[in-house]
Design a protein around this ligand. Structure first.
Ligand code: FAD
Length: 445
């Protein structure tokens, strides 16, 4: 369990990258130190792993040692008065939700899948549909335990080792192994969401809806038909919602209906099927628009309804591309990116557009910043796809924006360093016993 005696191939969630790792699978917190010391004795550079929902190479450490934290997954303490929950880093949001929702609590921030761990969420400082209200999750982390490669155990918070705390939030697992996390929860009155879907015609109407909605809705996000052109450029479905004030506290029983048993043939993902999907999704969204009271799972985690949905992209896999650009240029930059995608004909099934608010987190390498984020899935068509993403890189760089490391497997060192000016300060806190494929790539001078 702590000896790195199994050698496994790990794929990125996008399925483009595959690397072999020696893996330790501890179960108990008191095994973590010996796992780290064993790995170092074997000369391995280390990396903590959660449920490996990062799309690119930030969770891969080729020829190194992976500490799989999914077995270290217990709740340690809960103070309902202070809304503070302390849990081991390997606990999943899925498990946490099963425990907290029926007691009237909810996660302050959740990404679009519940199959992430607390440690992984800290490692990427994840954001959700309520970024404009609650900021990234790092803002809600009160304390955490960190184990360094020399076996030193530290407690981090804004008052204790504050710089290392800031480096660890969004620190991509490079400052050490997160062993436990103390998270502040929010209260909810039910397990339901009052949601509303509104079709919109183009980029301008998206920004108008976002502005209007942010004042009254805690959660906002949009799906975009990224193959639409001309006056319809950027048309989509705007989704907004609040926790319902009444209704059952019992969460719905999850929404996973079907699990992809294998990779789909790559041919299934071509410009015709993507075009047809986008048009159908848009017209269906128009037909079913309006308010509805729905459960947490369909609102927050629609993608979890198909287990291992990443296999839909076939053996070649897919790239995710998530950018954020600042408010002053967000309208033009979003238009430019959508135009470039539409012209290329390489659409995305899942094109998500959202405005981020000004609420920040302590994380030095935290991705979210005020502005607009666009997230896209591109089936991997080799050079054509890479060329399109380089075109998008140029738009993002010119706009003064940046890309999300959790979604990336190919950005240049220059792109990373320009987007994250604090990276050199961050590098001073990296534990040299830890590494990742991502870090080796982007920290080159
Ligand atoms: C369908 C889907 C929807 C998503 N939606 C969003 C979204 O809306 N917002 C968003 O922000 N992200 C989103 N993501 C990305 C996902 O939330 C992040 O990649 C998240 O960090 C994954 O958690 P994980 O437990 O799988 O971590 P992993 O992917 O295993 O690891 C993430 C990082 O944290 C490090 N790490 C993990 N555990 C530890 C530990 N115990 N100690 C130290 N370092 C550790 C890893 O080394 C890695 O660098 C989505 C992903 C998917 C698949």
């Amino acid at each position: 369990m702590t000896n790195f005696d199994s050698q496994d191939d790990f794929r990125s969630w996008g399925n483009v990258l595959k690397e072999s790792h020696a893996v330790a699978r501890p179960i108990w917190r008191d095994q973590l130190k010996s796992a780290i010391l064993n790995g170092r004795q074997q000369g391995l550079s280390l990396l903590g792993a959660g449920l490996r929902r990062s799309y690119g190479d930030s969770g891969l450490n080729p020829a190194g040692g992976m500490i799989d934290m999914a077995g270290v997954d217990r709740i340690i303490a809960f103070d309902p008065e202070k809304r503070l929950l302390r849990a081991e880093a390997g606990i999943s949001f899925d498990t946490l939700l099963k425990v907290i929702v029926r007691q009237g609590f909810f996660l302050p921030v959740t990404p679009g899948t519940r199959y992430v761990t607390l440690g992984g969420a800290v490692g990427n400082d994840v954001h959700g549909k309520n970024h404009h209200v609650n900021g990234p999750i790092g803002r809600w982390i009160r304390r955490l335990g960190l184990l360094r490669s020399n076996g030193e155990e530290l407690e981090l918070s804004t008052s204790e080792n504050p710089e290392l705390f800031a480096a660890t939030i969004g620190g991509l697992g490079l400052t050490g192994l997160i062993t436990w996390v103390e998270l502040e929860l929010i209260t909810v009155e039910s397990a339901m969401i009052d949601a509303e879907n509104i079709p919109f015609e183009n980029v301008d109407s998206f920004f108008a809806l976002a502005k209007e909605s942010e004042e009254y809705f805690d959660y906002t996000v949009s799906w975009i038909d990224c193959l639409a052109k001309g006056d319809a450029l950027g048309r989509g479905i705007f989704s907004r919602g609040n926790h319902a004030k009444a209704g059952s506290r019992l969460p719905d029983l999850g929404n996973t209906r079907f699990t992809m048993p294998m990779n789909l043939p790559g041919l299934a993902m071509n410009r015709y099927s993507i075009n047809a999907f986008n048009a159908l999704y848009y017209w269906n969204g128009k037909r079913t628009a309006g308010p509805a009271r729905i459960g947490l799972h369909p609102f927050f985690y629609p993608l979890d309804s198909i287990g291992r949905w990443n296999r839909l992209y076939g053996r070649g896999g897919m790239y995710q591309y998530q950018s954020v650009v600042p408010p002053s240029v967000q309208v033009e930059a979003t238009r430019d990116m959508l135009r470039a995608i539409s012209v290329s004909g390489q659409g995305s099934f899942l094109a998500v557009l959202k405005t981020f608010g000004a609420v920040t987190s302590p994380g030095m390498l935290s991705f979210p910043r005020e502005g607009t984020t666009l997230a896209l899935d591109f089936p991997n068509h080799g050079d054509d796809t890479l060329r399109l993403m380089r075109r998008l890189d140029a738009i993002v760089l010119e706009a003064g924006g940046r890309l999300y490391p959790a979604k990336d497997g190919r950005m240049s060192a220059e792109m990373f360093q320009q987007g994250y000016p604090a990276w050199q300060e961050f590098a001073r806190h990296v534990d040299h016993g830890f590494s990742s494929h991502f870090w080796q790539r982007v920290s080159q001078r």
